[in-house]
Design a protein around this ligand. Structure first.
Ligand code: AMP
Ligand code: MG
Length: 391
């Protein structure tokens, strides 16, 4: 058994980064930047008015000021503002030479024709200065950034309309188990619905993987072998669910080995998820995830997703936090690190949920995350701090 942190290190140390491609900025959200984005111009590109008002010289206030022209956004001023003068200006328009502030229209009153007066005693400058946000040549987005909606205006604002991004990892999902039927079917006697495939698909598609689903394969070596061969040809990563434990029909590790996958670990000191298996082939990686749904879910969150991000050149930040626990938690067996689903109170205290073990996926419906009880720790007292993986 290896600790979960060790497993993550092994997985990440074996990453061979994927190729890159360029995409239209229209399709860039969610993708991982493969190159720094460099700004092609100063921002703002000119001294810009932040208000609708009058551009003038602060020393001339409160006026009266002679209005020499009106400057709409997108129009270049034609005159310098001289002593005793101002130009009516709209938000986003270029501030004329000579002016050092813009007084808000709400803080003025019209006097004679083409004359205004400032009605307050002080004003902000209300000018966004040329180049104060970003300068030409600045790196505005770093490679490895996972593009979120807030990054799109940074891309497009700097003229980067075809960013270079990592290609999406191709992930094949194979469900194993004679007892499984697809969710559309009513399970017969001794059967259950295959819930892992849809869950794993949702988990990895959410981070940008392109999934091919290979269906439910019975626990028959020859059929598992044929499906793995097929999936290895077409994918960067193959995810098995089930078939990696100690049962008579758990053939997945053997089938992986037979197909040239070098198994780097097959036992984690983590509950749930002990039989999680990871191996590397010449051009494909393979995860054997335990069939129990909570195990499959957690191992996908904690190992598969960081691995897929790393393939795309993105450093995944594990969502750790620390919280106090509402009640004393004790356990008998301490050989493995335990991951316990918890809810969060309004006061910010975590409470273990009623949880019957790794098949009990419905226990995760409203949880805040999983608290971690480290290896060899039997008890955590009420009020103590625990480390939590936030979902
Ligand atoms: P296994 O890892 O194949 O020994 O399966 C462990 C447990 O998970 C068994 O109770 C299986 O019935 C269940 N299980 C396996 N695969 C799935 C699946 N795709 N969806 C839901 N439960 C599953
Ligand atoms: Mg099975």
């Amino acid at each position: 058994m290896i600790p979960s942190g060790e497993a993550l290190k092994i997985v990440l140390n074996n990453v061979r980064p994927l190729a890159t491609e360029t995409v239209s900025w229209h399709d860039a959200c969610g993708r991982i930047l493969a190159k720094d984005v460099v700004c092609d111009m100063d921002m703002p590109p000119f001294n810009k008015s932040a208000m609708d008002g009058y551009a003038c010289r602060r020393e001339d206030l409160p006026g009266p000021l002679h209005v020499i022209e009106t400057i709409p956004a997108g129009v270049t001023p034609t005159q310098e503002v001289a002593p005793g003068e101002c130009a009516k200006i709209m938000t986003g328009a270029e501030v004329p030479e000579g002016a050092d502030c813009v007084i808000m229209v709400e803080h003025t009153k019209e006097e004679d024709e083409n004359y205004i007066r400032f009605t307050k005693t002080t004003t902000d400058t209300n000018i966004c200065y040329h180049g104060e946000d970003v300068q030409s040549g600045d790196i505005v987005l770093q490679r490895g950034t996972r593009l979120a909606p807030r990054h799109i205006p940074v891309l497009t604002g700097t003229g980067c309309v075809r960013p270079e991004v990592a290609v999406q990892p191709k992930v094949g999902i194979i469900a194993t188990g004679n007892e499984l039927v697809e969710p559309e079917c009513l399970p017969g006697i001794s059967q259950i619905r295959n819930t892992n495939s849809g869950q794993l698909r949702a988990q990895v598609e959410q981070i940008g993987a392109a999934v091919t689903y290979y269906g439910i394969v019975p626990d028959v070596e020859s059929e598992l072998d044929a499906t793995l061969k097929c999936a290895m040809e077409a994918n960067d990563v193959v995810l098995f669910s089930g078939g990696v434990s100690m049962g008579d029909y758990d053939f997945v590790p053997d089938v992986m080995t037979r197909n040239g996958i070098d198994i780097l670990f097959d036992s984690l000191a983590m509950k749930p998820g002990k039989p999680t298996t990871f191996g590397v082939g010449a051009s494909t990686y393979c995860f054997g995830l335990p069939g129990n749904p909570v195990s499959a879910f957690l191992q996908c969150e904690t190992l598969v997703k960081p691995f897929l991000f790393a393939l795309m050149g993105h450093a995944f930040q594990a969502p750790w936090t620390e919280k106090r626990i509402a009640e004393t938690y004790t356990r008998k067996k301490t050989a493995r690190e335990a991951w316990i689903p918890v809810t969060l109170s309004k006061e910010g205290i975590v409470q273990p949920t009623s949880y019957h073990g790794s098949a009990h996926i419905a226990a995760l419906t409203d949880i805040f995350g999983f608290m971690i009880i480290p290896q060899s720790i039997a008890s955590i007292s009420k009020g103590d701090k625990v480390t939590v993986w936030v979902l």
